[in-house]
Design a protein around this ligand. Structure first.
Ligand SMILES: [Zn+2]
Ligand SMILES: [Zn+2]
Ligand SMILES: [Zn+2]
Length: 286
């Protein structure tokens, strides 16, 4: 597994922003540069298809040519820049099979409408096959068993909650990917009681920003939210002693540069290790 893009909607540095975090990233570079959110589950599977596909393929080495399926969390443009699928349409030599794209039913309805005015690969089955999925109903994607659960985050579609993905690999190990989720919904926590999570990848979007000192925030979480969700999932038996948490989807509206966010988590007790993610970070597992 690999975190490809660890940033939020505006990336870091936001090219039009001169705040402290963005200015720091321009100087420090390295792990403080965060492209728009993207995750690679395995050779065949990617989560989200945002606007930084070219940069991530070319600079970060994310080889899109092996991607057979994309799991979309929600319709916000940092997660689904749907015209980027035109890269498939414009390829001279490419796998003849279409890419399978899974997304919630409300996101699917929104996408058909949003893409209608364009000549778009995303609505042409020669290039992309869309699969609307229902919250709480598991499906098979290649050799992965995927359960989409509701995030506490609304997107463009009518009645569209973001999807958090619980993924079971062929060997039984599990990943829970929860970006743009806010503090987890009680229904989702309840469902997770019956599940095990070996690797949790979760948003720490707002770091230590004002308003995010409390863990129970809707829409997005900060660092306190990550800590609270980790503790709750451990207490209810979803996370276990060998689990590991990775923080991603970080924005610039707080004071936590990469090293400061590492220090922030190091200073607070957690039941399992919490690692601050960065662009290109390899995660042990599949
Ligand atoms: Zn986002
Ligand atoms: Zn900024
Ligand atoms: Zn969002």
């Amino acid at each position: 597994m690999r975190i490809i893009g660890s940033g939020a909607a505006e990336a870091i540095p936001n090219p039009l922003c001169s705040c402290g975090i963005c200015e720091n990233a321009r100087k420090a570079r390295g792990r403080d540069i965060r492209s728009r959110t993207c995750f690679r589950v395995d050779d065949a599977t990617q989560i989200d298809f945002g606007p930084d596909q070219f940069y991530q393929a070319t600079v970060l080495g994310n080889d899109l040519r092996t991607v057979r399926q994309v799991l979309v969390t929600h319709s916000h443009e940092d997660h689904l820049a749907f015209t980027e699928f035109n890269l498939k349409q414009m390829a001279s030599v490419t796998n003849p099979d279409p890419i399978d794209v899974y997304l919630s039913r409300p996101a699917h309805a929104w996408l058909l409408n949003a893409a209608a005015p364009f000549d778009c690969a995303v609505t042409d089955e020669t290039y992309v096959r869309l699969h609307p999925v229902d919250y709480g109903v598991a499906f098979q994607a290649g050799n992965l068993t995927v359960l989409p659960l509701k995030g506490n985050h609304f997107a463009h579609g009518t009645g569209e909650n973001s999807i958090n993905y619980h993924i079971t690999f062929a060997d039984g190990s599990t990943l829970y990917y929860a970006v743009d989720t806010g503090y987890f919904l009680e229904d989702t926590l309840e469902r997770l009681k019956m599940l095990r999570v070996d690797t949790l990848v979760v948003e720490g979007t707002f770091g230590d920003a004002p308003g995010y000192e409390t863990p129970h925030t809707d829409g997005h979480m900060g660092a306190q939210g990550v800590l609270a969700v980790t503790r709750r999932l451990y207490e209810q038996g979803t996370l276990h002693d060998a689990s590991h948490v990775y923080v991603t989807h970080v924005n610039h509206k707080h004071s936590l540069t990469y090293p400061r966010m590492v220090d922030w988590f190091a200073a607070r007790p957690a039941p399992v290790p919490i690692t601050v993610g960065y662009d290109g970070m390899e995660i042990p597992g599949k």
